[in-house]
Design a protein around this ligand. Structure first.
Ligand code: 5AD
Ligand code: SF4
Length: 434
């Protein structure tokens, strides 16, 4: 979401005549788009902000802005500790960027009840996949999370505006969109979320539709049917579990039990047998016992996710969890996190290995960053696939036979029509463009 916010800032600046420089020391404007989801992100920002201070003495015209969730939380206080900062603006005030730059010093952190109607021109670096905002803010108040405080109340963008943006992207040649919201399942405007997906599925030129993030409590059977039936909606869902213990889930204010979650997983797997499921987990939430941690480990073994993001609990000022007693010491927290990551590594590898010998539809994104002779893309289930191929394949859907499986990616061979015949398979209908 933050990366997409940066694309919007870049879009506004481009319209103002700014151009991006590859060298920080040449810049006349530097914007830090900050994240405060965990302490680690905050620390990185603080050291970077200190590091660029000297640039101001070299270039007196240089302006420095702090945007994003840290800006929203700290507001004017940022000036006190960092007098070299000129502007502070939160994630709900990106639309004010150009007006702000005409003033000398400014703080923009007020609530923006009209954010769902701001259609900002995003300047995207990639040309195959695009992020598209469908909602802003969050009303869930999970006890550990800062987002409802920094991004404000949940607001859904009108379907027509979303449709028009994606239609334009399709005309520019984009093939995939990822719909963005903290809780897309509670999207509610002129339609609900499944209704929105049905509408987007009709846009010519778009081949794949993805969405993040789904809240397990609001995942409806209607949405499961949509993933199953709509041809462009990919067979992948990111469904953050956070913990395998009901007591911890309750303390987290997640609004579901482990059994509720499993029931949704069962339904998803039953309706869409090849679906990939990924999740987020927090290790060492306040008062989490060894036994409760084991429940999370057991959940990993039972569900067999395709991938996870796991984090140590990080107390965020102003949230309920930050006030909770019985915090878990750092060492135990690290140990639990490592156990989670280690177990999942084996599961991910095993799952990837099961794809060896299969043909996968891959949307080619471009040349691999590490090897220019190889192309990289993703399966519908969001797994990275590298294969030897021509750069001209960028933006095309091709079939790739998976040969090697690793933890974070797959290696394959481009499947030509000729080899399809050799296999005696009638898969031509699956090779959509090649
Ligand atoms: N500490 C650790 N992890 C957190 N997340 C959100 N807030 C915190 C926190 N205070 C994680 C959750 C969420 C993901 C985006 O970040 O797992 O799903
Ligand atoms: Fe944070 Fe919970 Fe909202 Fe996700 S659903 S952004 S974890 S409060």
């Amino acid at each position: 979401m933050n990366v997409h916010d940066s694309e919007k800032m870049a879009g506004i600046l481009k319209a103002e005549g700014y151009a991006e420089t590859a060298y920080t020391e040449n810049a006349d404007l530097i914007i830090f788009n900050t994240c405060s989801i965990r302490q680690k992100a905050e620390q990185k920002f603080r050291s970077e902000l200190g590091r660029i201070k000297v640039l101001k003495s070299k270039n007196p015209l240089l302006k420095i802005a702090v945007a994003g969730c840290i800006a929203q939380q700290k507001g004017r206080d940022i000036f006190k500790r960092n007098p070299h900062v000129d502007y502070v603006f939160g994630p709900q005030n990106i639309h004010k960027l150009s007006a702000m730059l005409t003033t000398n010093a400014m703080v923009c952190i007020e609530d923006n009840p009209e954010i769902q109607h701001t259609n900002l021109p995003a300047e995207r670096k990639e040309n195959v996949k695009a992020w598209v905002s469908i909602m802003y803010g969050c009303d869930n108040f999970c006890s550990y999370c800062i987002v409802p405080y920094t991004r404000g109340r949940e607001r859904s963008r009108p379907g027509q505006n979303i449709y028009e943006e994606i239609h334009e992207l399709a005309e520019k040649g984009f093939k995939e969109v990822t719909l963005l919201g903290q809780n897309v399942n509670s999207y509610s405007s002129d339609t609900n979320f499944p209704g929105l997906l049905r509408k987007i599925d009709t846009i010519k030129g778009i081949e794949r539709i993805r969405f993040v993030t789904s809240h397990p409590r609001d995942l409806s059977y209607e949405l499961i049917s949509c993933i199953k039936e709509l041809p462009k909606v990919c067979e992948h869902i990111h469904l953050p579990l956070q913990s395998g213990s009901d007591r911890i889930l309750k303390l987290m204010n997640r609004g579901y039990t482990y059994e509720d979650y499993i029931e949704k997983i069962r339904k998803l797997k039953e309706s869409i047998p090849n679906i990939a499921i990924t999740t987020d987990l927090i290790a060492g939430f306040p008062s989490e016992t060894d036994n409760e941690h084991s429940m999370t480990m057991k959940a990993l073994r039972n569900i067999e996710f395709d991938g996870i993001f796991a984090f140590k609990f990080s107390p965020r000022q102003g949230t309920k969890a930050a006030e909770m007693e019985e915090s878990i010491n750092e060492e135990i927290m690290s140990q639990r996190l490592n156990e989670i990551l280690g177990l999942q590594d084996d599961i991910t590898l095993r799952k990837n290995e099961s794809l060896k010998g299969t043909l996968q539809e891959v949307l080619v994104e471009g040349a691999s960053k590490t090897d220019k002779d190889r192309m990289t893309g993703r399966t519908r289930t969001n797994k990275i696939v590298n294969f030897v191929g021509d750069e001209l394949l960028s933006g095309w859907l091709v079939n790739v036979e998976i040969r090697t499986a690793m933890r974070h990616s797959l290696e394959g061979r481009l499947f030509s029509k000729h080899s399809l015949d050799a296999y005696g398979l009638d898969l031509k209908h699956k090779v959509k463009h090649l």
